[in-house]
Design a protein around this ligand. Structure first.
Ligand code: PMT
Length: 401
């Protein structure tokens, strides 16, 4: 079990269980994690910042308005630094603030500004925990993909018995360790492409597609969680870089994506092509905006774009190649055809449309390879990406060692 070099932001809100979070910092650091603590003002009434500072070996942040601390590591930088945010204890008030998207102190602001998975360990009186308002807020968080850890049931500091106790530090640490998977790709270099390509017609128009980049970004994040050193080549998308991605290269056209992917994969072990690369581009790009020709049709002549996966497959030394196939019908036939024709090691096929595939939060995949087909049923793109990366790693290790 290791958390070596993992960056954990521990949020501590106001509750008597804050004393257990001191132990939690020690246990996380025992496994090699870097821990930075952000306390709410309420938390400081239970445990002093000096205690957390001594245990974490890092300055503790409390206020959004601390100019000196902001100059050292601003709150956005802190939000990007974190690979996991764990809030322990999470009071009823903090849970309500998170559920309603408040950003009225440093901890809630960092939570909104971070793309890191959020783990929340509630701790409160059993009557409060059972309250409909608290349960509704917890449901909201769960639906948003926040991971709820506990609470446990038993004797409470207030003398009540029931559900609302914070999980023990070792239980919380176990959940964080599990969240990183078993680092099957540690030491491996993985390049992921994501998003659409835009092929310019003139200075104001382009040919593009509906890819949002969410699937590819989720794959990049899952590969980081599996321990890989990840380079993300992204088409034009408006997504934050997943925490832990070593390098992000933004491109626009298929040609630019090909150049970036070929350069980035020169020393890579695995390439996962989740990008929806345009197959064609206008043969000529007009220098000026093309004017409307009243009544007359406009014809565009299209030239074929390079096939990025095909280019990599043709190299004598090539990374392990995983493609995606987005199809509206005959998914299996087209996917198997691309697997063979493009010379891939594996291909993840998705049927697009009907709330899945492009733009959607969920997806469903069938993974084809020499071993046959593996179904990855409908789930959030993050969850699917974790399963997909685990399967890719299994196959990669089997054939490349
Ligand atoms: O981005 P999202 O909104 O989350 O949507 C996710 C997705 C539907 C875009 C994703 O899951 C997906 O299926 N991506 C691949 C889409 C696609 O372009 O499929 P394709 O069947 O046209 O291409 C097959 C494979 O060849 C892909 O791996 C593609 O990256 C690659 N390709 C395609 C054309 C080209 N010129 N070069 C390539 O390398």
């Amino acid at each position: 079990m290791s958390l070596a070099q993992r960056r954990i932001l521990l949020g501590v809100s106001g509750g008597i269980a804050a004393y257990k979070s001191c132990e939690l910092v020690r246990r996380l650091r025992d496994l090699g994690a870097e821990v930075r603590v952000v306390m709410t003002e309420g938390a400081t009434h239970f445990v002093s910042a000096t205690t957390f500072q001594a245990l974490s070996g890092q300055p503790v942040r409390i206020s959004l308005w601390d100019a000196e601390a902001e100059a050292a590591m601003g709150h956005i930088e802190l939000a990007r630094w974190a690979e996991r945010i764990l809030i322990a204890p999470a009071s009823a008030d903090l849970i309500a603030q998170l559920a309603h998207g408040f950003a009225n102190d440093l901890l809630t602001t960092v939570c909104l500004a971070s793309a890191a998975p959020l783990y929340v360990a509630p701790a409160m009186n059993q009557q409060m925990w059972a309250h409909a308002a608290v349960q509704a807020n917890v449901d909201t968080l769960r639906q948003r993909g926040v991971h709820l850890l506990g609470p446990a049931s038993g004797d409470q500091a207030c003398g009540d018995i029931g559900s609302g106790r914070m999980l023990e530090p070792l239980e919380l640490r176990e959940a964080i360790v599990a969240s990183f998977g078993n680092a099957v790709l540690r030491g491996r270099k993985v390049v992921v492409s994501a998003g659409p390509t835009y092929e310019d017609i003139d200075p104001v128009r382009f040919i593009g597609n509906r890819s949002s980049g969410r699937m590819g970004f989720a794959v990049a994040e899952a590969a980081v969680q599996a321990g890989a050193e990840v380079t993300l080549v992204a088409g034009p998308v408006s997504l934050a870089t997943p925490p832990g991605v070593v390098r992000r290269i933004d491109v626009r056209s298929a040609n630019q994506m090909r150049d970036a992917v070929v350069a980035a994969t020169a020393h890579a072990d695995i390439y996962i092509g989740a990008a929806a690369v345009g197959d064609y581009r206008p043969a000529e790009v007009a220098d000026h905006k093309i004017k409307k020709r009243d009544g007359a049709a406009l014809e565009l002549s299209l030239a074929e774009n390079p096939d990025i996966l095909g280019t990599l497959a043709a190299q004598t030394v090539r990374p392990f190649l995983v493609g995606f196939a987005a199809e509206t019908h005959d998914v299996e036939r087209y996917a198997r055809d691309k697997l063979a024709r493009k010379g891939l090691d594996m291909i993840a096929a998705n049927q697009v449309g009907g709330g899945l595939g492009f733009e959607a939060a969920d997806n469903a995949l069938t993974l084809y390879g020499p071993d046959g087909a593996i179904e990855l049923p409908r789930a959030s793109k993050s969850e699917l990406a974790r399963q997909l990366v685990a399967k890719i790693a299994e196959r990669y290790v089997a054939v490349r060692g």
